[in-house]
Design a protein around this ligand. Structure first.
Ligand code: URP
Ligand code: ZN
Ligand code: ZN
Length: 487
């Protein structure tokens, strides 16, 4: 190569498995060469021995989305992706939502239209399925998966999107058949409704009662049921936003039974707890999300799962609702907790929180950070090795980390369209000094310097199609069923 487009010199690179020092030669947005003293670049950046890591992948993001029971998200694809870039994230996977009665095809097309030409980082979609008709599953789903949207999200709660058990089984079976991945929001709807009624009839309306209305045992009930359904259908499952230690135990047990079940957690389950909802007035609503942050001390179990490799991904579940308007309070401010929009913003602070609290405090090593921050999401959602690693041929999505940079999270420094952050005042050590998307600098520290609209849709690979779910005799006998001969 006579001249690279860009050379990053003296990079201390880490992937999910390796650490090595190299110069990185980039051509046409991809990593062309990894080596020592490589030829010149039209542009050169001296990493000076700092960590150069794969750009972050935030695989659970809500932007420009009609949210269940809540207001419109404040961030668009444009603003959400700029905020992501300033926090070192170069790929995001937001949700496209199917309304009941709407075709899956329309839903995905609609979100392509919302994102196209407006997004500053690369993206894919997960598709929320709220109406899994036989036609949607058999006629539309194959095309959607072929188009590179290979992950579906199902809900066990929220009246407007939740699926019944039978629908969940049919949809999981169809997903397995098409080689799609299934994500599930696990909370028992009846348990949450019942607890909410008990609290409201006693006049307990404040945000601090939200965790009591959605107890961990109701998350666990749904986790057990969904892992059992995954076992029955053979689908690959991701339990999203795992909030409690006992859910970890249930998922670990399912894995021991051979169920392919992945697990995600989020900053709100290590950096917040239920006391954050117990702030004066409506301030507690700034930490109101579902599942809720749990009791103080529960975060130790989440950290254990991050440290020992139980968790696959660390996503933000970025749910941007403004506090000063109808976003967080679509039914007015004088309403009980169950009428407030559920969700917290976090797309820009996700990676720095994990780096600061994890790597800098010695809880996780740099390889585990890369795995949680980007590599595992890329592998699970079919974007690897184009995304999530530093390798010849991969997209040059890179972050040069300043691991000594000290800052205090302040909403004034963030780029989302939300007027608060639940992490206001948190001390952070380490921030992405330079973030590159396909070899172009898109952010330097807290400043965006990329181009809105340069982000591309990255189609995801599907999983190996496992074919239709026809239980074999072996599977049935594991479940204690015997077939008569000839069946
Ligand atoms: O409260 C939350 N997490 N809102 C966002 C939607 C979801 O359930 O992921
Ligand atoms: Zn959810
Ligand atoms: Zn979410």
């Amino acid at each position: 190569m006579s001249q690279f487009d860009l050379v990053i010199r003296g990079a201390r690179c880490a992937t999910a498995s390796d650490v090595f020092v190299a110069d990185i030669g980039i051509v046409d947005g991809r990593i062309h060469t990894l080596g020592r003293s490589i030829g010149p670049g039209r542009r050169e950046i001296d990493a000076g021995g700092r960590w150069v890591l794969p750009g972050g992948i935030d695989s659970h993001v809500h932007v420009d989305q009609r949210q269940t029971g809540g207001g419109l998200t404040a961030d668009t694809f444009a603003t959400g992706s700029v905020a992501a870039a300033c926090g070192g994230t170069t790929t995001m996977i937001p949700f496209a939502t199917q309304d009941r009665g709407q075709s899956l095809r329309w839903a995905i097309e609609e979100y392509h239209d919302r994102a196209r030409g407006k997004t500053a980082i690369d993206y894919n979609f997960h598709l929320i399925v709220a109406d899994p008709t036989a036609e949607a599953l058999s006629e539309e789903l194959p095309d959607i998966v072929a188009g590179g949207c290979t992950s579906l999200k199902f809900f066990t709660v929220y009246d407007d999107v939740m699926l019944k058990d039978r629908q969940l089984l049919d949809a999981m079976a169809a997903a397995r058949c098409e080689g799609a991945m299934v994500m599930v929001h696990c909370e028992n709807a009846a348990g949450v409704a019942w607890m909410t009624e008990r609290l409201l009839e006693r006049g307990l309306h404040a945000p601090k009662y939200h965790p009591a209305a959605r107890p961990a045992i109701m998350e666990q009930e749904a986790v057990y049921r969904m892992t059992a359904f995954a076992e029955l259908t053979g689908v690959s499952l991701m339990v999203v936003h795992v909030s409690s230690g006992d859910s970890i135990a249930l998922i670990a047990a399912a894995r021991r039974r051979g169920v392919q079940v992945h697990a995600e957690t989020c900053p709100q389950y290590i950096a917040l707890d239920s006391t954050d909802l117990d702030r004066p007035g409506l301030e507690g609503a700034k930490a109101l999300c579902s599942p809720p942050p749990r009791w103080r001390g529960n975060e130790a179990a989440i950290w254990q799962g991050l440290e020992d490799g139980f968790f696959d991904v660390f996503s933000s579940d970025h749910s941007p609702y403004r506090f000063d308007s109808s976003g967080k309070f679509p039914h007015g401010r004088d309403v009980p907790f169950n009428r407030m929009s559920s969700g917290v913003p976090g797309i820009e602070t996700r990676s720095p929180i994990l780096f600061s609290e994890g790597v800098r405090k010695g809880r996780i090593d740099i390889n585990r950070f890369v795995a949680l921050n980007s590599a595992n999401a890329a592998k699970i959602y079919g974007l690897y090795p184009r995304k999530g690693t530093i390798a010849v041929g991969s997209d040059a999505d890179l972050c040069i980390w300043d691991d000594r940079y000290e800052t205090i999270i302040d909403n004034g420094l963030l780029h989302h369209s939300v007027d608060y952050t639940p992490y206001q005042g948190m001390r952070i050590t380490g921030w992405p000094a330079i973030t590159l998307l396909r070899g172009e600098v898109v952010a330097e520290y807290h400043s965006f310097c990329g181009t809105s609209g340069n982000g591309r849709y990255v189609p995801a690979e599907k999983r190996m199609s496992a074919g239709a779910v026809t239980p074999t005799q072996a599977e049935l006998s594991k479940l204690g069923v015997r077939l008569a001969s000839g069946q």
